[in-house]
Design a protein around this ligand. Structure first.
Ligand code: ATP
Ligand code: MG
Length: 559
């Protein structure tokens, strides 16, 4: 995409890396990692992090690992591991076999915990979880030291080994770092390193009944993999002193943690917990519901990896939290599909037009371009006959002044075909609804022929009634009605901001060529938007998802 052609200035992370390369830090290596916790599906925010980490590795001839941060056996699942790998590959990145798991390091992490105990920097604490959090104090009030803080090394070592051996129930003991209960940084007030959880782990089975905390596992896993730049989101900035403390105190290779602002999108939630709630509560059809910001949802909706990578690039790398307009994501896919998607004509809300002076039984093959943005795409044939469907919205019996489409006495062009004039309106005798419009055509006005230069104010899309096929079309709208879905009235939660009209399913009339589509084919329905073939498609019934509506077109139809 050519927006990126201009020489890009460096973002602040690239500046740090280039400085390191200049000074020869890390022997000129650049090694990043993407560290998902396998407790949900990836979303567009993760895509930002994936593009950043894999992108930096590529730019600086380095490496990027995939590391599953699987330290919490209760919320993790192999289903998530598989979906995460599929999504990263789909986005266009590969970890070249460097697929690691924090759980692979459980033994090493344990050994380092013993080391911390032996040098007097960790202790076993018998306080209950609530007591520990109570005694941590507040940012302005120092915490209180645990009565177990000064246990002798031998006793700590013995208790920790017995914790590992399974002698104690869940929650009865933890291992804590011995740092500083008065530190202004709450994370430094004797943080917990290990807790007892008698639970099966999706990789280590029942080998362990003590599990390391995220903070204790993360930096050391980075160190084991000799990560040079450990990139994470801003909320971990306050964890950085602890990240550094572990590496320095254990005395091992020290990667540099760098924080950037997480991606927030308007009208979108990105918390995995809330996404899970929508999926489990059946507010959406699954993790791949096309209204979700998950990568599987966006893929099903019809987003391309190219559009998402372009979006990630456009968003850039910020140091301060901000909210990106979801319109930028929509712009990205529109740009991409405009160049690539073949055009076709579909009437979403069909109204019959009868051309009374056109011979019955006659069919003409009209020549239409496949994609005007791509000259190599050639042309397609579209059947034209006496009875057609147009978009109901393109006709008004009693139009306002600015309406230039079809109305009694007015002429419009049927795209790639003739100019027609509206003569008569037929109504249902019961409901009075307009059921048919009778028109006459100008045989000299066929597109591409001598009389085709005659100008009329509107050009409409159409479908031959005899040839068209029915298609199911799913029209999506934003999942939330509020720009910030977390802004709620007292006593309510984010679900109260769900948009009740986020999905509308209709049956449209499509070009007969549409009977051969398969997912993930994508099309521009002329004047309407971009549509993608859904996996629910069967031989009998094609199903389309609206990816995004058109911005600029030769007369936009709203739906
Ligand atoms: P949770 O929703 O439970 O807080 P998480 O979003 O942190 O989880 P992880 O699986 O731990 O999920 O994230 C993997 C990586 O993706 C982390 O490095 C994290 O910083 C990054 N990441 C997650 N969300 C975003 C986001 N919105 N923008 C940028 N990076 C993100
Ligand atoms: Mg996380």
């Amino acid at each position: 995409m050519n927006e990126t052609d201009k020489p890009a200035s460096l973002n602040f992370i690239e500046e740090i890396i280039e400085e390191h390369l200049k000074t020869g830090k890390n022997d000129g290596r650049v090694h990043t990692r993407f560290p998902p916790e396998p407790n949900g599906y990836l979303h567009i925010g993760h895509a930002k992090s994936i593009c950043l980490n894999f992108g930096l590795a590529k730019k600086y001839n380095g490496l990027c690992n995939l590391r599953f941060d699987d330290t919490n056996p209760s919320t993790e699942d192999i289903e998530y591991v598989d979906s995460i790998k599929e999504d990263i590959h789909w986005l266009g990145f590969d970890w070249a076999g460097r697929e690691y798991y924090a759980s692979d390091y459980f033994q090493q992490l344990y050994d380092w915990a013993e080391k911390l105990i032996m040098i007097g920097k960790a202790y076993v604490c018998d306080l209950a979880a609530e007591e520990i959090s109570e005694q941590r104090g507040t940012p302005t009030r120092p915490g209180k030291e645990s009565p177990y803080r000064n246990r002798p090394v031998e006793e700590n070592l013995d208790l920790f080994r017995r914790m590992k051996a399974g002698e104690f129930p869940d929650g009865s003991k933890v291992l804590r770092a011995k740092i500083d209960m008065a530190s202004p940084n709450m994370h430094m007030r004797d943080p917990i390193l290990y807790r007892i959880i008698h639970e099966h782990h999706h990789r280590t089975g029942d080998n362990w009944c003590i599990y390391p905390m995220y903070d204790y596992a993360h930096g050391q896993s980075d160190s084991i993999e000799r990560i040079t730049h450990s990139i994470c989101t801003l909320e971990f900035e306050v964890h950085r002193p602890l990240y550094n403390w572990f590496l320095d105190t254990i005395d091992i290779y020290h990667p540099q943690q760098i924080e950037f602002a997480r991606l927030n999108l308007s009208y979108t939630i990105m918390s995995k917990r809330k996404l899970l709630e929508l999926v489990e509560g059946k507010y959406v059809s699954g993790w791949d519901d096309p209204r979700l910001p998950t990568l599987s949802g966006l893929r099903r909706r019809g987003y391309t990896p190219e559009a998402i990578r372009f979006f990630a690039e456009k968003v850039g790398v910020a140091k301060r939290d901000n909210v990106i307009d979801v319109a930028l994501l929509e712009f990205s896919i529109r740009e991409d599909l405009n160049k690539r998607a073949p055009r076709t004509m579909v009437a979403l809300n069909p109204l019959k037009v009868v051309i009374t002076n056109y011979p019955e039984g006659k069919t003409e093959e009209m020549e239409a371009v496949v994609n005007p943005e791509d000259p190599s795409s050639g042309t397609r044939k579209v059947p034209f006959s006496r009875e057609l469907f147009i978009e109901r919205e393109d006709f008004m019996e009693d139009p306002p002044k600015q309406f230039f489409r079809l109305f009694p006495g007015n002429e419009v062009r049927l795209k790639y075909a003739y100019i027609i004039k509206c003569d008569k309106v037929i109504r249902d005798t019961g409901t009075a609804e307009v059921t048919e419009v009778h028109c006459t055509y100008d045989p000299e006005s066929r597109s591409g022929m001598s009389g085709s230069n005659r100008k009329v104010k509107s050009t409409l899309h159409w479908i031959s009634a005899r040839h068209c096929i029915p298609v199911e079309v799913r029209l999506f709208d934003r999942l939330f009605i509020k720009e910030n879905p977390d802004e709620v009235e007292e006593g309510k939660d984010f679900k109260s901001n769900l948009n009740p009209d986020s999905l509308k399913v209709i049956t449209g009339c499509a070009d007969p060529a549409m009977d051969e589509v398969k997912p993930p084919d994508k099309f521009q329905f002329e004047r309407l938007g971009y549509f993608s073939v859904d996996p629910d498609t069967t031989a009998e019934k094609p199903v389309f998802n609206r990816v995004v509506s058109l911005k600029d077109s030769y007369g936009k139809v709203k739906n």
